[in-house]
Design a protein around this ligand. Structure first.
Ligand code: SF4
Ligand code: SF4
Length: 375
């Protein structure tokens, strides 16, 4: 085991391979507060990548309702139950990661789902936590809560799938940090299925190999965002590149959200993989639950998000989500306009900070017709 630094848990940790960061790391921010669970992202991915034989049950992108939704069944609580003592001191994680808690002779603390765990892809949808008494769900503040968690592979800095593969078939691309399975080398041992805590590697019984989200790398290579991003109805997603915290750049949208404003957080940082999909946590769920899922930065992130009304830069950057199919590695706000730029600084998209409101008159004098029938 090597010693590597994981900034998300504020300390060094043990990992199977030495630290070797890519030249650029693919990353994204998902704003949970805007997801409506329409599953358009799920279908956009399904029809693009997993419509073949043996892939029927695969959802490289899925959207589950928390706290009771899972795919596969109980993927997170099964591991949380095994990983005891998840204590934080501030932003320093005192507990053990899945690498440090690996049983004797194994590389990762993991578990493999049963076939039936994949039988109900949207179990728990819209199930809420809390008691509903005498119409309490209609009172403000709400007594009950749930939220939608859209998930893809996290293209982790320290992938559990990669660490657990005995054949070295999984690799992290040095040019963009995307994690892929070499289909030629894979022999279908499924150690990666066991070793990925997010359960984002799937075994294909027809090919006898494991398959996973590829971050739509053919699109990334041509400067475009992945399918699940550009088809997102709620415009909750923004793809880009993340720097290490000490090298964060204010004109990089992902750096700005994660490192500078600290409004977006990793999913289960205590697992120790340094996952690269970041979430703006929901405002309406209990902090104890959110702390378990997103780590100790929840209250700070919520405060920054609530303050976006006064914080025009943050409000402006949030407007760029879902505004273009192009990757926008740079951004800037000038007055009431926000621009997304490419690496060379050329403007790819420009959106207003506030949407103008147009009131349509009932009677259109120019064309002499009534537009609505209720003046
Ligand atoms: S398309 Fe967007 S809004 Fe719809 S479920 Fe997926 S992430 Fe949520
Ligand atoms: S989320 Fe799972 S499959 Fe994706 S890189 Fe991390 S460990 Fe591997």
């Amino acid at each position: 085991m090597a010693r590597v630094y994981n900034w998300q848990i504020g300390r060094e940790m043990s990992y199977w391979y030495p630290e070797e960061r890519p030249q650029k790391q693919f990353a994204a921010v998902f704003d949970i507060n805007k997801c409506i669970a329409c599953q358009t992202c799920t279908l956009a991915c399904k029809t693009t990548w997993t419509s073949g034989k043996g892939q029927e049950y695969m959802l490289w992108n899925n959207v589950e309702t928390k706290p009771y939704g899972f795919y596969p069944l109980a993927w997170d609580i099964n591991l949380l139950n095994r990983l005891d003592g998840q204590q934080w001191s501030g932003h320093h994680y005192d507990g053990r990661t899945i690498f440090e808690a690996a049983p004797e002779g194994e590389r990762v603390l993991g578990w493999r789902p049963d076939d039936l765990d994949y039988a109900y892809p949207n179990v728990g949808e819209d199930d809420c936590a809390g008691q509903i008494e005498n119409g309490a769900s209609l009172s403000i503040p709400h007594m009950t809560w749930f939220y939608y968690l859209a998930r893809i592979c996290n293209h982790c800095t320290y992938p559990g799938c990669l660490a657990s593969c005995p054949r070295g078939s999984i690799y992290k691309r040095p040019e963009d940090g995307i994690v892929l399975v070499d289909q030629g080398r894979c022999r279908g041992y499924q150690e990666c299925v066991k070793g990925c805590p997010y359960k984002k590697v799937f075994f294909n019984p027809m090919t006898g190999t494991s398959e996973k989200c590829i971050a739509c790398f053919p699109k990334i290579e041509t400067g475009l965002q992945p399918q699940c991003f550009v088809n997102c109805i709620g415009k909750i997603r923004l793809a880009g590149w993340i720097s290490r915290p000490e090298a964060a750049k204010a004109d990089n949208p992902i750096d700005y959200l994660v490192h500078i404003k600290k409004v977006a957080l990793p999913l289960f940082p205590q697992f120790g993989l340094e996952p690269n999909i970041y979430y703006i946590p929901p405002l309406h769920a209990p902090n104890s639950f959110l702390h378990m899922m997103f780590g100790p930065g929840v209250q700070e992130a919520q405060a920054a998000y609530r303050n976006a009304q006064q914080d025009l830069d943050l409000a402006g950057l949030l407007q760029l989500f879902g505004s273009t199919e192009a990757l926008i590695p740079k951004w800037k706000r000038e007055g009431d306009w926000v621009s997304g730029m490419n690496d060379a600084g050329a403007v790819m998209v420009k959106v207003p900070l506030k949407e103008p409101v147009h009131v349509r008159q009932p009677y259109d004098k120019l064309y002499q017709i009534s537009r609505v029938n209720c003046p």
